[in-house]
Write a protein of this length. Structure first.
Length: 546
């Protein structure tokens, strides 16, 4: 049961999500199937939306699990948030997702801001946000990931007082590390440790174990008797290669006491844990490149130690995800770690209200098919239960209502952006694909494909625009993926002037009842060019075909 489709605009390769078993399938541009891409073990069963970001990642709204999941170009899971065990998290029936900013990245150099507790660039200085180390033995400077770095090996030790530089309640630790060892060296290498004096209170230890995995161990000893660890396999690491490491801990709804801990390696979320009770205690010391006891040296170059009082990784705070929540009847703005920035909507049929919102789409600017544009864009919401498409304004954090953009629909589900800001919508209640002008007016509709497959659509859920100009449709309850050929030519710019004008109308009118005419001008494909075709092109007057 295909539920969503997306396409690589360069290669034309398509990813089709089977919402029933959660499998991803691949189809080449020539319609050949090349089998499953990814695995059912990705946990995508019950997904309603799949969109492709500009950098080739796939974002899935996994409705049944109340999760958002992100896959890289190799179909490997790189991020997810939402329900985790007994904790519901910030999502309630996510049914649409869109990236509304530049993609997530870890490549930028951190800069101090109001949420910074400690920043040590190690550019010929050991200061941590102005604080000198309490211990600095044997360490030396070396070329870094950006400018300089500190080398900690042999019997070296580098430690700071933790006061003012660490918050166990909410925060993050990030750094770049270039090990001098292979991941399978069977040695313990401590990269960072926060420890409360006395050794029986708060402790966070980030290290590569002698069994060749990274681990982040959190405990509060007898103060709270909490103890857990996060893990990452780094047995394939090679000497001399820089890696980005990050740990983050943040509030986890619905209980204000809950905390979610995440472990990131090279921008990929590799492990997570939800803690129901806050960690007790406060660290006294922060050791960089060795344990607080001065043992298990990192034997590595370390750069850009960045400690924050909020959970963040790379540019996660600047990354914006829009998520439609079908059970909560609203649209949320979240960052890359799933922190909620704003919420808009509620159950109802008035302005700014929704009933089971589904797909999200940006029009009027950059963003591309299935994606959302930057701040200041108009965001369309398939307001399924109200039979309409709503237009919202996004300013980067908040959403505001603009208009009832399109009405008179019957449970719209999927949306695809066409050239010139026309929009195609899958209208599940009518089992049709409908073409809407940039003003939201109905231009035409299809009840069946025109690619040689026979039979009417049956509750088609997803659709996307192909590089060829065809629409690819997930004809869900027919269990097939089909095309509407020539969908983009419905903007009818036959002379490639950039707009539909009188010349394009004449191009069709001049072929009136011409039995030898190409199918291109039979815009209402019934085998004859007549007044219906001419009037259809005229209705698209001044519609751009960029």
């Amino acid at each position: 049961m295909p539920g969503a489709v997306t396409v690589n605009p360069t290669s034309g390769e398509r990813a089709i999500l089977d919402g029933h078993d959660g499998a991803l399938l691949t189809q080449w541009a020539d319609d050949r199937w090349v089998g499953r891409q990814g695995t059912v073990h990705l946990g995508l069963a019950g997904s309603r939306a799949l969109v492709r970001s500009a950098d080739g990642q796939l974002l899935a709204a996994v409705t049944g699990e109340n999760r958002i999941k992100v896959l890289d170009s190799q179909r490997q899971l790189v991020n997810w948030f939402g329900q985790e065990g007994f904790v519901s998290g910030p999502l309630h029936g996510p049914s649409g997702v869109a990236l509304a900013s530049a993609p997530f990245t870890i490549t930028g150099r951190p800069a101090a801001d109001g949420q910074t507790l400690g920043l040590a660039p190690f550019d010929n200085s050991l200061k941590l946000s102005g604080s000198l180390p309490v211990t600095a033995t044997g360490v030396s400077f070396t070329p870094g990931r950006f400018d300089g770095a500190v080398l900690v090996d042999g019997n070296d030790q580098l430690a700071y007082a933790a006061s003012g530089h660490f918050d166990p309640n909410q925060g993050s630790v990030q750094m770049w590390a270039r090990p001098d060892w292979p991941g399978a060296d069977n040695q313990e290498h401590a990269l960072f440790e926060a420890l409360q004096a006395g050794g029986d209170g708060y402790r966070l230890r980030l290290a590569k174990a002698d069994w060749n995995w990274l681990y982040a161990w959190f405990t509060d000893g007898s103060l709270g008797q909490h103890d857990f660890a996060l893990y990452a396999d780094v047995s394939d690491w090679q000497p001399g290669v820089w890696h980005h490491l990050a740990l983050a801990w943040q509030p986890a709804p619905p209980d204000p006491l809950y905390r979610r801990f995440t472990f990131w390696v090279d921008g990929r979320l590799l492990d997570s844990h939800v803690q129901r009770v806050p960690m007790a205690g406060m660290p006294t010391w922060l050791s960089v490149g060795a344990g607080v006891d001065g043992r298990d040296q990192a034997d590595a170059s370390l750069d850009e130690l960045f400690i924050s009082g909020v959970a963040r990784v790379g540019n996660s705070q600047q990354t914006r995800l829009l998520v439609s929540q079908s059970s909560a009847h609203r649209v949320d703005v979240l960052d890359w770690l799933g922190n909620t920035l704003s919420q808009f909507g509620g159950l109802g049929s008035g302005a700014g209200q929704f009933s089971s919102p589904q797909a999200l789409l940006s029009i009027g600017g950059a963003g591309g098919a299935g994606g959302a544009g930057p701040a200041g864009q108009t965001i369309l919401v398939a307001d399924s239960g109200n039979g309409r498409i709503e237009a919202l304004h996004a300013d980067g954090v908040n959403l505001t209502w603009q208009a009832h953009w399109a009405t008179g629909l019957n449970r719209p589900q999927g949306l695809a952006r066409l050239p010139g800001d026309a929009v195609a919508a899958s209208d599940v209640g009518d089992s049709q694909i409908k073409l809407l002008t940039p003003a939201g007016a109905l231009l035409r509709s299809w009840s069946e494909p025109n690619d040689g497959h026979t039979g009417s659509f049956w509750s088609p859920l997803g659709l996307t625009l192909l590089p060829s100009g065809d629409l690819l449709v997930a004809d869900t309850y027919n269990g097939r993926v089909v095309r509407i050929i020539g969908a983009v030519t419905l903007c009818y710019d036959f002379n490639s002037s950039g707009l539909v004008d009188v010349n394009d109308i004449q191009a069709v009118a001049q072929r009136w009842y011409d039995p030898g005419c190409t199918m291109r001008y039979d815009v209402i494909p019934d085998g004859v060019i007549d007044v219906v075709d001419v009037m259809t092109v005229a209705a698209a007057w001044n519609l751009g075909c960029a």
